[in-house]
Design a protein around this ligand. Sequence first.
Ligand SMILES: [Zn+2]
Length: 344
Amino acid sequence: MKAVFLTQHGGTENLQYTTDFPIPECGADDIRIAIKATSVNRADTVVRNGYPGLSIPMPHILGGDIVGIIDHIGENVTNYSVGERVMVLPIISCGNCPICINKPEENHLCFNWQYFGMHIHGGYAEFCTVPAKNVVRIPDSISFEEATCFGVAGLTAYHALYTVAKIKKGEVFMIWGGSGGLGTIAVQLAKAAGAIVIATVGNDTKKQAIQSLGADYIFNHYTDDVPAEVKKLFPYGVNCIMDYVGPATFPKSFDMLQKGGRMLLCGILTGRESMLNIHQTYLRHLSIHGLYLGTKRELEELLALASEKSIKPLIGKTMDLSQAAEAHELMVSGGYMGKIVLIP
Ligand SMILES: [Zn+2]
């Protein structure tokens, strides 16, 4: 089958394209999906470079977004049929750890979690075999390309804003880097909840598109003094900030939070460590939430919301799977908007 795989970590030159990778076997409780679209996520570039503390067996296929048509079902699978349009919850939970047993509704926190494209083979391929419990049907109104925006980026945004932060009407929400796959959906979800939305971009040409998605205030994080501008608008600060950038923005995010504010941390693009003022944290009743992805229920809720057309993914570029290295270069350069989709 077609696949893009790594044999070692490093730069984009390590993304090798082939047409003869072995098609995965389908176990009794599994479903094999003929992939029609996948996408590039920030996590893919981190895993390509070598994820801190994680040893990955090689060869390895990247990709957390798996979207396509059911090609084969295992003998124990009864509730799905060959030919159905489906996508995949990107986390596999073990079913046996204390979280899975006592809090199955929060099984994205499984102690033995596995993430497609990180711990196991992912979606940069023509086929992928997944546990049937991870499969979610795609509403007819959502295309394969659009669905790739929801599995990782959309699910993370939905979980962060609706389940963790419980963003409310009239609250001020801010996101650094609002023009990517996560940002463009987070802006729309915050707006759908009635929040006032501040987003940043790295290039003024992206402002118009973010505004059309619903952002109320847009700043350029390279040329504007963002904390000063936000303070002018909201002297008491903002209620909720999503930060996946890391040390480059964390101190600014922290300072901008108002009393009772919530920080949503979901990325390490500029490093892994940052100073934290403990005194200010308790004095201002701040909450710092680390998070990634979400649950199957949340993914189904997000798809239902999207199919009502209140949430429309922004697809910036569609490329052939064989162009995965070029797609990674594009993501790292920041010269795109929304999602970069790959078609096998
Ligand atoms: Zn578990």
